[in-house]
Unconditional design. Structure first.
Length: 211
C-alpha cells in the first residue's frame, strides 16, 4: 500500500482498518497476566467517569517498558507493529521495540484489522512516571483506578497527557472531569501543568475549583 502523506514507511493495513476492542475485551485478552497495565486516553476518562461520553476511534493501554515481553507473549495470536517517527513497522517474533519508540499497534491478521494501541512507559509496578517528563511521578496505586475489573489511568494523569494538544475533545474531557476531581487531584495536576506547560489555561481553573 502507498503510505499516507508525510509517512516514510508503512506496513500493514491503513488507518481505515481500525476496529478497536472495547475495554472489556482488552481485559479478557489480558486476564491473569502478571504485568501492570492500564487503559489510557479517552477510554480511561470514560472509565474514570463511569459512563461513555463520546465515541472512540481507538483504544490505548500503557505498560511499563520492562513488561513488554509479557504483553507480547499474551498477545501472541496477533502481530505487533512499532509506530513512530513517520513509520509503521512489523516487529519480528521476540523483537523488542527500539528504546526511542513507545507506541505499538496490535493487528488481528485473520481479519486485517487494528485492535489495540500499546504504549510503553517508564516506571514500574509501584511507581507511575509521566513519559514526557520523568520528573513527574506518583505511587502507581494513586494514579491507577479500576472499574468493573478494568484498570485505567486516573483523570489527573489522562488530562496531563491531553493538555499538550488541547483538541476540542480534550477540552470536553477536562470539562467533564473537573467537577469530580478532588482537591488533591486538582492540586497535583495544576502543579504538573505548571512544570511542563507553564501558563496553561487549565491551571487557574484547577486551582480555583476547591477554593
Amino acid at each position: 500500500m502507498k503510505p499516507p502523506d508525510g509517512v516514510k514507511h508503512w506496513e500493514g493495513p491503513g488507518l481505515e482498518a481500525w476496529r478497536p476492542w472495547t475495554p472489556e475485551h482488552v481485559a479478557v485478552e489480558l486476564d491473569g497476566m502478571r504485568a501492570p497495565w492500564c487503559v489510557v486516553g479517552g477510554w480511561a476518562i470514560d472509565l474514570w467517569l463511569g459512563e461513555r461520553t463520546r465515541d472512540h476511534s481507538d483504544i490505548e493501554i500503557a505498560v511499563p517498558r520492562a513488561y513488554f515481553g509479557a504483553i507480547r507473549d499474551r498477545l501472541s495470536a496477533y502481530k505487533l507493529y512499532v509506530v513512530g517517527d513517520g513509520e509503521v513497522r512489523a516487529l519480528a517474533p521476540g523483537e523488542l521495540p527500539p528504546a526511542e519508540k513507545h507506541q505499538n499497534w496490535v493487528l488481528d491478521e485473520a481479519s486485517s484489522i487494528w485492535r489495540l494501541d500499546v504504549m510503553l512507559e517508564p516506571g514500574d509496578a509501584f511507581t507511575w512516571v509521566y513519559r514526557r517528563d520523568e520528573r513527574i511521578r506518583a505511587p502507581r496505586a494513586r494514579m491507577i483506578g479500576s472499574r468493573d475489573g478494568i484498570p485505567h489511568l486516573a483523570a489527573q494523569g489522562s488530562l496531563l497527557f491531553k493538555a499538550k494538544n488541547m483538541r476540542d475533545k480534550d477540552e470536553v474531557d477536562f470539562a467533564a472531569c473537573l467537577p469530580r476531581l478532588d482537591a488533591d487531584a486538582c492540586a497535583w495536576l495544576a502543579d504538573a501543568l505548571s512544570l511542563v506547560h507553564p501558563g496553561h489555561v487549565w491551571i487557574e481553573r484547577l486551582r480555583s475549583q476547591h477554593r
